[in-house]
Design a binder for this molecule. Structure first.
Ligand code: KG4
Ligand code: ZN
Length: 342
């Protein structure tokens, strides 16, 4: 039996999201609640606040999602839920909800790896978006978010060769910490991107980690520390005066590190299809440089729209659907895992 319509649930970090997606990747509806304001006073995600908000928001979002999709439970034939990796308390809310719904509605369900969701996001489609013409496996994917920075060669569902990952901080973490020190709030990546538009990327020199000349691993902790040290030596007035230049120069260092490894990995794999996904893929500088380079090399570049790049349940529903249609399911012994390699 083919599974045609899968309900997805994502609660691995601080975004609560529900979606219904078809076996062709068509997104009927996705409803999400973000918690940035709740965590902003703390300058980072507070796990207890995140899981508490998931418990408040998940079931109302589920109702809204089915309403928006104009579907009811009889149209849903399966459930997918992120069960790894992530914040344990946050994952628990999604996993317990999916297990309960599975029992109550008599539907099969499956636990999904969060990063597999990000990797399947380029196949999602809706009324206003389609994947680029001809985009298919195999593809090289750069996943960059607040928690992950990873280069992966994808030849099919479940066939992932991790070429490189960050040895310390994620690119988003390096951007957010610097933005926080500049007083741009949390998460400051988008504000830093906006400020950088009016700045000179060569105004300040920040270190690029070149420790890995032949491999594809990243490192952002040295850059992060250098950025914060530089700000400590500057007065508030000087920082305010040079804000745009600081943002542009720091952003350029992050993007240089990402693009260098990305281009080298594309060449090593002789990739024709490439993907950039995760929240940091919203960065305008990263997008421009990747788009230009891919156009020059005649590559098919898929950067999913932001609603499918940041954490969302549509990518989880689709990844789950693909696995369910290969005959895989989970059972009531499924639990959340804080850490789990892809
Ligand atoms: O994928 P995501 O929503 O959540 C996870 O971390 O899993 O990614 C959030 C990250 C944050 O670090 C945020 O600052 C960053 O994506 N981000 C950006 C931009 N928009 C979001 N970073 C740089 N430029 C942006 N325009
Ligand atoms: Zn994510």
């Amino acid at each position: 039996m083919a599974f045609l319509q899968t309900l997805g649930i994502e609660t691995s970090c601080d975004d609560t999201s529900v979606a219904v997606v078809s076996d062709k990747g068509h997104v009927f509806a996705v409803t999400s609640a973000h918690q940035d304001l709740a965590h902003q006073p703390f300058g980072g995600i507070v796990p207890e606040i995140a899981s508490r908000n998931h418990t408040l928001q998940l079931l109302p979002l589920l109702d809204q999602c089915l309403n928006r999709a104009q579907l009811n439970w009889t149209d849903i034939d399966s459930i997918a839920v992120t069960n790894r990796p992530g914040l344990l308390g946050s994952l628990l809310v999604g996993v317990m909800t999916a297990k309960s719904l599975s029992l109550a509605k008599g539907l099969p369900f499956i636990g999904v790896h969060h990063l597999e969701g990000h990797l399947m996001a380029p196949f999602l489609r809706d009324e206003s978006h389609q994947p680029p013409e001809g985009f298919d496996y195999p593809f090289l994917a750069l996943t960059v978010s607040g928690g992950h920075t990873q280069l992966c060669w994808v030849t099919g569902v479940g066939q992932y060769e991790i070429l490189g990952r960050t040895r310390d901080d994620a690119a988003g973490e390096a951007l957010d910490k610097f933005a926080k020190s500049l007083g741009l709030g949390f998460p400051g990546g988008p504000a830093l991107d906006r400020m950088a538009q009016n700045g000179n990327p060569q105004a300040y020199s920040f270190p690029r980690s070149h420790f890995d000349q032949t491999g594809f691993d990243f490192s952002f902790s040295g850059l992060k520390a250098a950025g914060i040290r530089m700000l400590e030596k500057m007065s508030r007035d000087e920082i305010d005066l040079r804000l745009a230049d600081l943002c542009a120069s720091y952003q350029e260092a992050v993007v240089d590190c990402l693009i260098e490894k990305f281009e080298r990995a594309v060449e090593a794999k002789n990739a024709r299809n490439v993907v950039i996904t995760g929240g940091v893929s919203a960065n305008s500088r990263l997008r421009t440089r990747a788009t230009d380079w891919c156009a020059r090399h005649n590559l098919c570049l898929a950067v999913p729209p932001l609603r499918y790049c940041t954490d969302n349940a549509a990518m989880i529903a689709y990844a789950g659907n693909l696995r369910l249609n290969r005959g895989e399911t989970s059972d009531q012994s499924l639990g959340p895992l804080a850490r789990s390699p892809l």
